[in-house]
Design a protein around this ligand. Structure first.
Ligand SMILES: Nc1nc2c(ncn2[C@@H]2O[C@H](COP(=O)(O)OP(=O)(O)OP(=O)(O)O)[C@@H](O)[C@H]2O)c(=O)[nH]1
Ligand SMILES: [Mg+2]
Length: 249
């Protein structure tokens, strides 16, 4: 049995205030939950290593993820700068099932990260699934939005642990496959096909390139520009800086 390949990556947890980013991270890393709300100031970084099978390469990968838990207040983020997102290879985009607005704000958060880091793997987590009586929306609304955006999604609960491990595992697995050149960041069915064919034209990438390879490669993905345009037109909620960038690109 060959030694597992070792990879490192940076992922960012983003979403509006109090959606449960810190709680999801605490559940995933420490298997704990706390009902009290303590707003995250700036960003806090935690690390966790996961094992990902990559059957396409007949290998096993150990990926160590530096997970950045980023404050859910756009004003603070502007103040502190975009260093939080630099070098990110994955995003866990978190919404709160008891507040509809937190779902519609997510594309803006993803674009804020991708404006700095390029196209990356994204997983959508609709959190607080345990609060069924207080739910403002459900799977019926999350699923079509996730499909349009091209993100896998999970209904999670940091309180009960439901789907938390699976959401992080999916993100780790997608990042690993992108880093190994087995797949590309997905943005809707059409762009995925175009991404694959344009990547084939460019030829294979070298895995040692990977730190920034997914960014560099994905920046060239034509389909991404189209999905960016689609997002900009569908969601008028974008951060002003993202709006400026979108106009300029
Ligand atoms: N019932 C329930 N409560 C949750 C869940 N996840 C988080 N909470 C609660 O929601 C509140 C906010 O959670 P946080 O994890 O601090 O939210 P955050 O997104 O990190 O917030 P900021 O740091 O301000 O951006 C806390 O009181 C948590 O206990 C969940 O899955 N179920
Ligand atoms: Mg927090």
């Amino acid at each position: 049995m060959p030694e597992p390949i070792q990879l490192k990556s940076k992922i960012c947890l983003v979403g509006e205030a109090a959606v449960g980013k810190t709680s999801l991270l605490r559940r995933y890393v420490l298997d704990q939950f706390d009902d009290t709300y303590v707003r995250t100031l700036g960003a806090k970084v935690s690390k966790k290593t996961m094992s990902v099978p990559v059957p396409e390469r007949k290998t096993q990968v150990e990926i160590t993820m530096a997970i950045w838990d980023v404050i859910g207040h756009l004003g603070f983020r502007q103040l502190l700068g975009d260093a939080f997102f630099d070098g990110a290879q994955g995003i866990l985009a978190v919404a709160d099932l008891t507040r509809r607005g937190t779902l519609t704000q997510l594309p803006g958060w993803v674009q804020a990260v991708e404006g700095i880091a390029g196209t990356v793997a994204v997983v959508l987590a609709a959190n607080k699934a345990d609060l069924t009586s207080g739910a403002a929306y459900g799977k019926q609304e999350v699923a079509p939005m996730a499909t349009v955006l091209g993100y896998p999604y999970f209904l999670t609960s940091a309180k009960t642990g439901e789907n938390v491990e699976d959401a992080f595992l999916r993100l780790g697995s997608d990042i690993t496959k992108i880093q190994l050149g087995v797949r590309w960041p997905s943005r809707g069915a059409g762009s995925r096909v175009r991404a694959a064919s344009s990547a084939r034209r460019r030829g294979p990438r070298h895995p040692s390139d990977q730190g920034n390879a997914s960014r560099a490669t994905s920046r060239g993905i034509r389909g991404h520009e189209e999905s960016k345009a689609r997002l900009s037109s569908t969601h008028a909620c974008l951060h002003p800086r993202v709006r400026r960038r979108s106009r300029g690109s």
